[in-house]
Design a protein around this ligand. Structure first.
Ligand code: SF4
Length: 317
């Protein structure tokens, strides 16, 4: 995960909950992808370190367990770059230029100049991240499938050129994640300023929830609403499923106004975030411990990475 700012509810539902569950069945490796972040944020690099620490605090607060899994900072394991170099040599330019995410990001991100050599090669570093640990599986969303396919292609091409089965095919663990839009009904994203962050206080959550866009057809309290068309209702389905039928009723029969409906939702979201917040407060007091966890994680990660790199060098030379 790239350290680009505070984690929000979208991260919690889209990634962290799944990661926490995976820890029971897999040896998991979670990386602060700070070199990936640098590729897009090279002009705002100063905050990447502190964002990384904050991100790990969020991870642990949500249940990622450093005793079960390896947590480390990508830039503490230089083998990522070494493998990226080997893989760059054999990755055809056309594979990278055709990458749909690359084209989309160049089109959509206008605040930064991403017409760089590194950004084009982003999927090669991603492939190195996966192949370095000979990962069996990566938990990803469907939109990331082309990147994983590219990773497999690169690994196969390496094996074929050097006639050695160094890399295995890695499979995707696709997880169903509930769709949660931002406060303004757009995709939840820091750049839209429409997030509810895991580190928000109760009051901040209250204020944000009150600002959520509701069913535009419900103009007055006495107008029956259309819960299926209201983002607030979709939050009920995720954070208070037991109360969703009641919310459906009071909305569609105009029994309750939107302000009360949102206030009630706030209570549920805050209940959900309370244990995460509690753990966060403890961890924030001891950032040295987080650094120690990352150092320890990098040590473990390097043992695997160095073994792979020895095989890579032997295959190439
Ligand atoms: Fe949305 Fe609740 Fe208002 Fe219905 S009552 S429109 S679900 S905020």
């Amino acid at each position: 995960m790239r350290p680009t700012g505070k984690l929000h509810l979208g991260h919690l539902l889209g990634a962290l909950k799944n990661w926490v569950a995976l820890q029971d069945n897999y040896q998991c490796i979670f990386s602060i992808a700070d070199w990936h972040a640098l590729m897009g944020e090279y002009e705002n690099s100063k905050e990447l370190r502190s964002y990384g620490i904050d991100m790990v605090i969020d991870w642990i607060s949500c249940g990622i367990d450093p005793d079960k899994s390896i947590l480390y900072r990508q830039s503490d394991v230089p083998e990522h770059l070494e493998l990226q170099m080997f893989l760059s040599c054999l990755t055809p330019l056309g594979w990278l230029e055709r990458n749909p995410t690359y084209k989309e990001q160049l089109r959509e991100i206008t605040t930064r100049d991403l017409q760089t050599y590194a950004f084009l090669g982003y999927p090669v570093l991603q492939a190195a991240d996966i192949l370095l640990y000979k990962a069996d599986a990566v938990p990803i969303g469907e939109d990331q499938l082309p990147h994983l396919e590219l990773c497999r292609e690169i690994g196969r091409r390496f094996n074929s050129i050097y006639k050695k089965e160094v890399f295995n095919d890695c499979r995707a663990i696709l997880t169903e994640t509930p769709r949660l839009l931002g406060l303004d009904n757009r995709k939840m994203s820091k750049s839209y300023g429409n997030t509810i962050n895991l580190s928000d206080t109760e009051k901040e959550v209250d204020t944000k929830v009150v600002s959520m866009i509701t069913d535009p057809k419900r103009l007055r309290k006495t107008d029956p609403g259309h819960p299926e068309e209201c983002n607030v209702y979709s939050y009920y389905q995720v954070f208070a499923p037991q109360e969703a039928p009641a919310a459906h009723e009071w909305c569609s029969q105009a029994l309750k106004g939107c302000v009360d409906c949102k206030k009630n939702l706030s209570v549920h979201i805050n209940k959900h975030l309370a244990p995460i917040r509690g753990k966060r407060v403890q961890l924030e007091k001891d950032k040295d411990r987080i650094e120690d966890i990352l150092k320890e994680g990098a040590k473990k990660a390097r043992v695997i990475a160095q073994q792979t790199m020895a095989e890579v060098r032997e295959a190439v030379y």
